[in-house]
Design a protein. Structure first.
Length: 65
């Protein structure tokens, strides 16, 4: 799947991803179960990867994910 964004949309998406990462870190810090912690860490890694891809796309001015 490919998603083409304007620079304004990319900026907003980056802000949303940053906020989501922050919330996940808070959830991870307060999660007692090992399986819950593992799932949250997996989601965190996926979102980090999405954000890195977005940042790379913005750097080349080709915001297409």
């Amino acid at each position: 799947m490919e998603l083409t964004l304007t620079s304004e949309q990319a900026k907003i998406l980056d802000e949303v991803l940053q906020s989501n990462l922050h919330q996940l870190l808070l959830e991870i810090a307060h999660t007692d179960s090992r399986s819950g912690h593992t799932e949250l860490m997996r989601r965190h890694e996926v979102i980090c990867g999405m954000r890195e891809q977005l940042i790379r796309a913005q750097a080349t001015e080709e915001v297409s994910l």
